[in-house]
Design a protein around this ligand. Structure first.
Ligand code: ADP
Ligand code: MG
Length: 440
C-alpha cells in the first residue's frame, strides 16, 4: 500500500471515530509524509494542529495506523512548510508522438491555479502523482464529489500539465454525453471502427461526469472494452462523477468494479479558508483587488459550491462597478443583504459545551486552572464569544469560567480579537465554532 492510499484508508477509519469538526480541523489538514519501518511522519498545516493531534489524538492515530499496517509504529508530527512542486524535464518516453487529439482541453484550468486546501489536498496529491507517472500508479483515477467543488477543474488541470510536459501527447477530454453521442452516431453511420480507433488510441482519456452512463447499456458495453484496452496499454484514465461508483445506479457491476479498482478520491466542499483563498485568486484574475474582510464576508455567504461562490463574486464586482461604488465591506454586506455582525441568542452553557465539543476537551478542563496551549486557546475563544456575541460582562464571564479575574477575561478576549484579524487559522476556527453554535 503506498502512502496516499494508506492515508486515504486511515482517514476513512478515523472519520466515524471523531466529531465532524475535529475531523475537518485536525485530521483533514494533515497528510502522511513518509513511512519507515517503525516510524511514520505526518505533516500538519499548523503548529496548533500538530499540538492538538499530539496531545489528544496520538494514541488513536498510532493504533489505527498499526492496524492498517499490521505492525507497531511510532508517529511523529511535523509542521508543514510550504513546498514548491518541482518540475522535471519532459524526457519521458511514455508518449509516442501521435495524431494530436487535444481538442476541448480548456487551458484556463490548470493545477497552478487550483487552490489547495484540506477539502481537496488528497485529490490534488493524486493528481500530481498522475502527472508525474501517468498510466502506472492510479489507473483509473476516479474523482468524485458534489457539484461545483472543482472536479472538472482538477481533471483538466492534469490534462494541461501533461500536455505541458509532452505537447504531443494524445489526450482526449470529453463529457460522458459526448462519448454517448459519439457511440450512438457511430452505430447509425456504421463507423464503429473509427470510434474505436479514436478512443482506444488515447494515451490519456478524461471523461467528465461519468454518472450519466447510468442506464445506457450500449455505451457501457463499448466503454468497458475501451477501458480494458486502455488499461492494458497503461494509458491513463481519469473519470469524474458526482458520486462514488457504488452509488451510481444502473451501472454494470464489471464497470463499477473497474472504476473502483484504481484510486478513488473525493473532493469535499471547501472550508472557509479555502473559500477565501479561491475568492482572492479569482478576484485578482479578474483584475479587482478586494480587502481580506470583503473576501471573508463573501466566503461566509456560501458554503459548498465554488461555482456559486464565483458567481456571487463576479456579480458583486459587476454591480459595484456599475454603481461606481467601492468594494467596501459595507457595500458588499448590503449587497449580500446582511449585517457584518450577528449576535447569538444562546446561553453561556450552550456556548461552553459547543466549544468543549469542538476542541475535544471537558468542561472541567475548560474552566479549570491548567494552562497548556490546547486549553488556553479554547478558553480565550470562550471569553471572546461570551463577550462579543452574547454581550456578557467580563465579570460574569470570569465567574462562569471557574472564578477568573475580569482582567484575565479582558486579556483573553482581546487576544482572540487580535488573532482573528491577523491570523487566518484563527479566523477559520472562529467561523467553525460559530457555525457549530448556530447549528446546534
Ligand atoms: P465540478 O466539476 O466539481 O462541478 P468545477 O471544476 O467546474 O466543479 O469548478 C467550478 C468552478 O470553481 C470553476 O470555475 C473552477 O475553476 C472553480 N474551482 C473549483 N475548485 C477550485 C480550486 N480548488 N481552486 C480554484 N478554482 C476552483
Ligand atoms: Mg464538472
Amino acid at each position: 500500500m503506498d502512502n496516499l492510499r494508506l492515508w486515504h484508508k486511515f482517514l476513512q477509519v478515523i472519520k466515524p471515530k471523531t466529531s465532524a469538526a475535529n475531523f475537518r480541523t485536525f485530521f483533514s489538514q494533515t497528510i502522511l509524509k513518509s513511512v519507515e519501518e517503525d516510524k511514520i511522519i505526518l505533516t500538519s498545516a499548523s503548529a496548533f494542529i500538530k499540538e492538538t493531534l499530539q496531545q489528544r489524538h496520538l494514541p488513536l492515530i498510532e493504533q489505527t495506523l498499526a492496524t492498517l499496517l499490521g505492525r507497531k509504529v511510532k508517529v511523529e508530527i511535523q509542521v508543514k512548510e510550504f513546498e514548491q512542486t518541482k518540475k522535471t524535464e519532459s524526457e519521458d518516453d511514455f508518449f509516442q508522438p501521435a495524431q494530436s487529439q487535444n481538442y476541448s482541453l480548456n487551458p484556463k484550468y490548470t493545477l497552478e491555479n487550483f487552490v489547495v486546501g484540506p477539502s481537496n489536498n488528497v485529490a490534488f496529491a493524486a493528481a500530481s502523482a498522475v502527472v508525474q507517472n501517468p498510466g502506472t500508479s492510479y489507473n483509473p483515477l476516479f474523482i468524485y464529489g458534489g457539484t461545483g467543488v472543482g472536479k472538472t477543474h482538477l481533471m483538466l488541470g492534469i490534462g494541461n500539465a501533461i500536455l505541458k510536459k509532452s505537447p504531443s501527447a494524445s489526450i482526449i477530454y470529453c463529457s460522458s454525453e459526448k462519448f454517448m453521442n459519439d457511440y450512438v452516431g457511430a452505430i447509425q453511420n456504421h463507423k464503429m471502427a473509427d470510434l474505436r480507433t479514436k478512443y482506444r488510441s488515447a494515451r490519456i482519456l478524461l471523461i467528465d461526469d461519468i454518472q450519466f452512463f447510468s442506464g445506457r447499456e450500449g455505451t457501457q458495453e463499448e466503454f468497458f472494452h475501451t477501458f480494458n484496452e486502455l488499461q492494458s496499454k497503461n494509458s491513463q484514465m481519469i473519470l469524474t462523477s458526482d458520486r462514488p461508483p457504488n452509488e451510481i445506479v444502473k451501472l454494470e457491476d464489471r464497470l463499477r468494479s473497474r472504476f473502483a479498482g484504481g484510486l478513488m478520491i473525493d473532493i469535499q466542499p471547501p472550508d472557509f479558508d479555502t473559500r477565501v483563498a479561491i475568492l482572492k485568486a479569482k478576484s485578482l484574475e479578474w483584475g479587482t483587488e478586494l480587502s481580506e474582510d470583503s473576501l471573508r464576508l463573501i466566503a461566509s455567504s456560501t458554503e459548498s459550491s465554488i461555482r456559486e461562490l464565483e458567481g456571487k463574486l463576479l456579480q458583486i464586482i459587476q454591480i459595484l462597478k456599475a454603481q461606481n461604488l467601492p468594494a467596501s465591506v459595507e457595500n458588499i454586506a448590503s449587497y449580500l443583504n446582511r449585517t457584518p455582525k450577528k449576535t447569538l441568542s444562546l446561553t453561556h452553557t450552550q456556548v461552553m459545551s459547543a466549544i468543549c465539543e469542538y476542541f475535544n476537551i471537558t468542561s472541567k478542563e475548560l474552566s479549570g486552572p491548567k494552562r497548556q496551549r490546547g486549553l488556553v486557546l479554547p478558553r480565550h475563544f470562550t471569553m471572546y464569544i461570551l463577550s462579543e456575541e452574547l454581550g456578557m460582562t467580563v465579570e460574569k464571564i470570569g465567574q462562569v469560567l471557574g472564578g477568573r479575574d475580569h482582567t484575565t477575561v479582558m486579556h483573553g478576549r482581546d487576544k482572540i480579537k487580535e488573532l482573528i484579524l491577523k491570523d487566518s487559522e484563527m479566523q477559520r476556527i472562529f467561523t467553525e465554532v460559530k457555525q457549530s453554535l448556530t447549528s446546534s
